[in-house]
Design a protein around this ligand. Sequence first.
Ligand code: ADP
Ligand code: MG
Length: 240
Amino acid sequence: MAQTAPFAASGALIQLERVSKSYRRGGETVQVLDRVDLAVPRGEFLALMAPSGSGKSTLLNLLGGLDRPDEGSILFDGVALESMGPRELTRWRATHVGFIFQLYHLLPVLSAARNVELPLLLQRLGHAERQRRVAAALSLVGFPDDRHGFRPTELSGGQQQRVAIARAIVTNPTVLLCDEPTGDLDRHAGDEILELLVELNRRLGKTIVMVTHDPHAAERARTLVRLEKGLVGEIRTSPA
Ligand code: ADP
Ligand code: MG
């Protein structure tokens, strides 16, 4: 197991420099992230592992521009997210980022296909082109053809996560940010989702950052980073 030093890597797709984030709770300030440095090369599949409550979701939300750090800088392809205003950041996110969550976050009243179509409604695409892309994305994630019209409650957890992944990739984003993507699945369904992420990384070259507290999930990534007390700690790179 080789050690890597991702901190100073130049030309990284995503680079965090001394990123800090705290929350106020009651009268107290809780320091969740304390000057975190991290570089994610283009094409990487990085697992960031840490126990619950240690700031994983916080970090992922900062990476995706859903929240802003108190201090420090987040560079995406050399552009500082903190330099963007709210509208620009929203546009940037719609173009570059696909989010995948533990509990799928599908809209219950919409069919699988309609859920996948949602991000495309923000783009100027005709109906036929949207349908074509939705079908391509659902096929890519191995979602059954005969279930496109099913609602989330009519699908298994693994199928729901496939729909959520199709929704995340339908806009062809640069990076996939996954927050405990197998956290609500049994081992078999979870393994299938991890295999799908590995494929999206290898075959489509998607850069993936996955946060998890599950060592088994983290094992499937190419690089594993541990977050400890808000600091990026032990790092290993596997020869995947
Ligand atoms: P993880 O995803 O690793 O479980 P989180 O990033 O969700 O951790 O949370 C890290 C810490 O920050 C926890 O103690 C949590 O309670 C706290 N926290 C997260 N979000 C907020 C918030 N919006 N307001 C106050 N505290 C928060
Ligand atoms: Mg979390």
